[in-house]
Design a protein around this ligand. Structure first.
Ligand code: DX5
Ligand code: ZN
Length: 215
């Protein structure tokens, strides 16, 4: 079944616990927590304390998306805080293979993300080290943007290459995904859809989650 990861970036920051409870009641599969450093992306938001507070509040897996130039300084902190999945970006200057290995060694599941302008080829050598690939479908930094459909085309090349590895992986898309275009993402090869504004701000998020689960 296609999974829904609800992005709390779209929630009222003063009511994150309530949003997490509402998303769990709506039947979502994971909670997506966007972490931004004001350098890798032009925005700032949640830190490890928010992840730790969410961990106390919900039993849903926490899918933490690190949009940080220097995740090496915070990987351990986020895993101790309760991140189940920890995704870093391919585009950073750090030693990405070493960081993916470290995430796994510390007990979380490593994810690798690429921005819309990054070619699929850039991620290929890293596939053996990741359990999840996140193909960004907007330029990261803000919720509520419009899907860049061309980014979806990268999923098939990545999935083909990963097929040779012979192990299960998740294929995530993030940015501008809603009920109107979710089928395109699934047809392109995604199996985990991150949804912020189209889900968290929906009057009936359970209907939205059910629609995605039915794809
Ligand atoms: C953007 C974030 C996304 C964002 C998606 O940088 O990575 O997770 O919350 O929000 P929507 O679904 O509103 O585009
Ligand atoms: Zn995200």
């Amino acid at each position: 079944m296609i999974k829904v990861s609800a992005s709390l970036l779209a929630a009222d920051p003063l009511a994150l616990g309530e949003a997490a409870t509402r998303m769990q009641a709506a039947g979502v599969d994971w909670l997506h927590v966007d972490v931004m450093d004001g350098h890798f992306v032009p925005n700032l938001n949640f830190g490890p304390a928010v992840v730790a507070a969410l961990r106390q509040h919900t039993s849903l897996p926490l899918d933490v998306h690190l949009m940080l130039d220097h995740p090496e300084e915070y990987i351990e902190t986020f895993i101790r805080a309760g991140a189940d999945w920890l995704t870093i970006h391919q585009e950073i200057a750090a030693d990405v293979p070493a960081l993916l290995r470290r995430i796994r060694a510390l007990g979380a599941r490593p994810g690798l993300s690429i921005k819309p302008d990054t070619p699929a080829q850039a991620a290929l050598p890293l596939l053996p080290l990741a359990d999840l690939v996140l193909v960004m479908t907007v330029h990261p930094g803000f919720g509520g943007q419009k899907l860049i459909p061309g980014a979806l085309g990268k999923l098939s090349a990545l999935r083909d290459a990963a097929g040779a590895l012979g192990r299960p992986m998740h294929w995530q898309v993030d940015g501008g995904i809603g009920p109107e275009n979710a089928v395109l993402a699934v047809q392109a090869g995604a199996d985990v859809l991150v949804m912020g504004s189209a889900l968290v701000s929906a009057p009936n998020p359970a209907d939205v989650a059910a629609q995605i689960h039915a794809l």
